[in-house]
Ligand binder design. Structure first.
Ligand code: UDP
Length: 261
């Protein structure tokens, strides 16, 4: 597998060698993982909100992974509804705007819970901002017990603290729950040299080191999330969750993705 290191320049894959060549084992490569999705994934082709067809498709993908016996945690962002930084940029107090953003992640978590339960997956939502009438508060040991029982745990409201996005809470819960990898499901099938939607010559990286991502300031996840995964030696797998069936494929080491380790 082609990968970049600290001592060599970043290396991107070409068509003759990429993650499609990873041997197919037919088995998931990890037994316990966290999937982080940005809120934008849930809006499908719309410009705002939640697209029911998209969320149903994501729920089916998640079901496939849970049915294979993988313990799964979820963190979903809120960018399809509200991002604190956008109103803060227009003069609103940043902390208040961020609390609104955290509430948006709770709405997405509830939407995802509904779609998953409709698909036959048992779930629990735990919020870092306690809201007893809606979901459980975040309690680490209880979350671990849910996972043991085969329930998907959806972590909402980020860290419960402003001045963060959901990247860092996703990394933190990955480490706290003892997950073996952090999967980042996006609308792009990996990390590219440039935005592939704007630059047709952009190349996808097959693998990168944490250092590459931080030193080159590649916009994969917030630096604090990358550093947390680096310090705890937990790989990050970036893939597209928009294609039906892709989550399971990538979990088996098949298909197209970028690994950061
Ligand atoms: N947020 C926060 N603290 C957290 C997690 C989230 O303040 O620990 C707020 C922040 O305003 C953020 C918003 O919630 O912009 C939605 O999360 P995010 O931007 O990560 O959503 P995504 O881009 O993944 O859809």
């Amino acid at each position: 597998m082609v990968r970049s290191t600290r001592t060599t320049p970043l290396v991107y894959v070409d068509d003759s060698l990429d993650s499609r060549d990873t041997p197919m084992t037919g088995q998931p490569r990890y037994k316990k993982i966290l999937l982080k999705m940005s809120g934008e994934v849930l809006m499908g082709d719309a410009l705002f909100g939640i697209d029911t067809k998209t969320i149903e498709s994501v729920a089916e993908d998640i079901k496939e992974v849970v049915d294979a016996g993988v313990e799964l945690c979820l963190v979903v962002g809120g960018g399809n509804i509200f991002r604190g930084v956008s109103l803060a940029g227009k003069g609103m107090d940043r902390a208040s705007a961020d609390y609104m953003g955290m509430l948006a992640t709770v709405m997405n978590a509830l939407a995802l819970q509904g779609a998953l339960e409709k698909a036959g997956v048992y779930t629990r939502v735990q919020s870092a901002i306690p809201m007893d009438a809606v979901c459980e508060p975040y309690i680490r040991r209880r979350a671990l017990r849910h996972l043991e029982k085969g329930r998907v745990v959806i972590f909402a409201a980020g860290l419960g603290a402003p001045f963060f996005t959901t990247d860092t809470p996703a990394a933190l819960r990955t480490a706290e729950m003892g997950c073996e990898a952090l999967f980042k499901g996006t609308s792009v099938d990996g990390v590219y040299t440039a935005d592939p939607k704007k630059d047709p010559t952009a190349k996808r990286y097959d693998s990168l080191s944490y250092h590459d991502v931080l030193a080159q300031d590649l916009k994969v996840m917030d630096a604090s999330a990358i550093a947390l995964m680096r310090d705890n030696h937990i790989p990050i797998v970036v893939f597209s969750i928009r294609e039906r069936g892709n989550f399971m494929k990538v979990l088996k080491g098949q298909g197209v993705f970028t690994t950061i380790a």
